[in-house]
Design a protein. Structure first.
Length: 406
C-alpha cells in the first residue's frame, strides 16, 4: 500500500512534528487513536524549533535548535504529556530533565551581563557598577517580569489540565470548555482583548524604554519563546513566554532528541504512521474532505493525496500564497482571532480543520458533531470602531448574528 492510500484511510492527519504536533500525537496515542492517525514532518527529525540540520556525505545530523523545555516538574504540563502512554524502554523521566535556576543575557559590545533568576529577581554583572538610568531599567524589567508572571499564571493553570483530544463528540467540546471555568471572572471579561493587544503596547504602557536594557532583554526572551518581536507577539502569548523561568526551565541531559524521539516512538509503537521529510506545499478543501500536496525532500518528488478525515496544522507562521489561502478559505476555524500580520497569517499552536458538510462556518462545524447541537447568537458591546469591525468579521465568518448594539 502506498502513502497516498495510507493517508486516504486515516481519520486524522497531523502536519508538523514540533512541540504541538508531538503533543497532539501523544494525546491521540493516549486516546487509542494512533492507528488511525498519520504524523507528517518536513524535516528528518522531530522537534520543530528544537530542530536539526544535516550536512555531509554520508549525511550527519546536528542538534542546533532550542535546548530548553518548561513545565517539566512532577505534575506540570510538559512532563504530564511526556509520560502519557510511554514508549517501550523509555528512560525514567528523572534521568532526562535537569532544572536551570537562571539564565544570563550577554551584550556583544561590553562585558555587561543581566542574570534572570527563577524567583523573578534581576541581577547586574559586569566590571563596573550600573548607572542610575541602568538601575531604573533593571527595576522596570523586574516589575514587567512580575507582571507577566501574574498575568500568565492563570493561563498556565488552565493549560495544566489536558482536555480530551481530539474533539469528536459534543461531550468532548463541553469538557474542553469546562477547562476555562477556573479562569478568574476578571480574566474572562478581558480574555477577548488579548487578541488585539500586543506585547509592545504593554511594554510602552509599563514604561519600558525602546532600546534600553529592559527592552533588549524582553525582546530576546520573546525571540526565544514566541519567536517574534514585541510588536508581533500577542500579549498573552508574550506574558507566558517571558514568565517561563518562574514556571521552571529544564534541559534534556541527552539533547532534545531524548524528549522528542520517545514522543514519536510512543505514537508509532501503537500503530501511528510517522512520515519525515514530507513538506506540505498545498492544502485544498474538497466536498469530502481535504486534498494535500506533499513534497518529499529526500527524493525530490511531489504527490497529491485526498483524505476524508480531519487535518491538524501545527505551525507558528504561514506566509505568502499559502497564507492567503488560509485567510480566504471559509472552512478554516478559529483563525480570525489572530490574523492581520503583514508577513502572513499567525496560527495558534494547534489548529483543527474539520470537514464541514453542513455549512461553511462554526455553526456548521458544531452541527457536524454528533449529537447535533445549536449555537446561539452572540451579543457584544464594544465602542471601538476597530473592535466593532473585528467582531463583525468574526461573527460573519463564524456564523454569529450581528447585533445592533454593536
Amino acid at each position: 500500500m502506498n502513502t497516498q492510500d495510507n493517508l486516504a484511510k486515516m481519520d486524522f492527519i497531523i502536519i508538523g512534528a514540533g512541540a504541538a504536533g508531538s503533543a497532539a500525537a501523544k494525546c491521540f496515542t493516549a486516546a487509542g487513536l494512533a492507528a488511525r492517525s498519520a504524523l507528517v514532518e518536513q524535516h528528518s527529525e522531530p522537534g520543530g524549533s528544537a530542530g536539526y540540520f544535516s550536512r555531509g556525505a554520508p549525511l550527519r545530523t546536528f542538534d542546533a535548535g532550542a535546548t530548553q523545555l518548561i513545565e517539566c516538574d512532577r505534575g506540570q504540563l510538559q512532563r504530564t504529556v511526556f509520560e502519557l502512554s510511554p514508549a517501550e524502554a523509555q528512560s525514567p523521566t528523572e534521568s532526562i530533565f535537569e532544572k536551570i535556576p537562571s539564565i544570563t543575557q550577554h551584550w556583544h559590545d561590553s562585558d555587561r551581563k543581566i542574570v534572570l533568576h527563577d524567583n523573578g529577581k534581576v541581577e547586574w554583572k559586569g566590571s563596573r557598577q550600573p548607572t542610575a538610568l541602568e538601575l531604573e531599567e533593571l527595576a522596570t524589567l523586574e516589575k514587567f517580569i512580575a507582571l507577566c508572571a501574574q498575568e500568565a499564571d492563570w493561563m498556565w493553570k488552565v493549560l495544566g489540565r489536558i482536555p480530551r483530544f481530539p474533539l469528536q463528540t459534543f461531550s468532548d467540546v463541553l469538557r474542553a470548555l469546562f477547562v476555562f471555568l477556573g479562569v478568574p471572572w476578571k480574566k474572562k471579561f478581558l480574555f477577548p482583548f488579548v487578541f488585539f493587544l500586543n506585547c509592545e503596547q504593554m511594554m510602552k504602557i509599563q514604561g519600558v524604554r525602546r532600546g534600553g536594557i529592559a527592552w533588549d532583554v524582553l525582546s530576546g526572551l520573546l525571540i526565544d519563546t514566541t519567536q517574534n518581536s514585541p510588536g508581533k507577539s500577542p500579549w498573552l502569548a508574550a506574558a507566558m513566554g517571558i514568565s517561563i523561568l518562574q514556571r521552571g526551565i529544564w534541559r534534556c541531559r541527552a539533547g532534545m532528541r531524548a524528549y522528542f524521539r520517545p514522543m514519536i516512538a510512543s505514537f508509532t509503537q501503537r500503530g501511528g504512521q510517522y512520515m519525515p521529510n514530507e513538506r506540505l506545499t498545498r492544502l485544498e478543501s474538497t466536498p469530502e474532505g481535504f486534498r494535500l500536496t506533499l513534497f518529499n525532500q529526500r527524493n525530490n518528488t511531489e504527490r497529491t493525496c485526498e483524505t476524508h478525515g480531519s487535518v491538524l496544522l501545527n505551525m507558528t507562521k504561514v506566509s505568502g500564497e499559502f497564507g492567503i489561502w488560509f485567510e480566504s478559505n471559509p472552512k478554516i476555524l478559529a483563525l480570525l482571532i489572530v490574523t492581520g500580520k503583514p508577513d502572513g497569517v499567525h496560527l495558534p499552536s494547534t489548529l483543527l480543520l474539520k470537514t464541514n458538510p453542513s455549512g461553511k462556518n462554526l455553526r456548521g462545524f458544531i452541527r457536524s458533531l454528533r449529537p447535533p447541537v445549536s449555537l446561539p447568537s452572540c451579543r457584544v458591546h464594544f465602542t471601538s470602531p476597530f473592535l466593532r469591525a473585528a467582531i463583525r468579521r468574526i461573527q460573519a465568518d463564524f456564523g454569529f448574528s450581528p447585533q445592533q448594539s454593536m
